[in-house]
Write a protein of this length. Structure first.
Length: 94
């Protein structure tokens, strides 16, 4: 089953696209990119699009009680620090 992964950033569209691109590279390298569809959305779309079956990757702290899906840090995709560990967590949730 394919999962939706929603990428959200408070910094703007370019930051979200960078995270989404890096995530796609990591999932492709691990051979699991076909198990996920990566979408960039704005903060105002979280409640409208994200369901409990989805995953969220965010560069900012989110109130996890207001998000029905598991939330993962997007910062490793910007810094390269601990990226492998964060991808491991995401892959386990696919």
């Amino acid at each position: 089953m394919m999962k939706n992964i929603y990428v959200i950033s408070g910094s703007g569209q370019v930051t979200s696209e960078t995270v989404a691109d890096q995530l796609n590279i990591q999932l492709t390298e691990r051979g699991v990119s076909e198990r996920a569809e990566i979408n960039v959305i704005g903060m105002n779309e979280i409640g409208k699009q994200v369901t409990a079956d989805d995953l969220v990757v965010s560069t900012m702290l989110l109130d996890e009680q207001s998000v029905s899906a598991p939330v993962f840090s997007g910062l490793p995709f910007l810094t390269g620090i601990r990226i492998s560990q964060e991808v491991d967590k995401i892959v386990c949730s696919l």
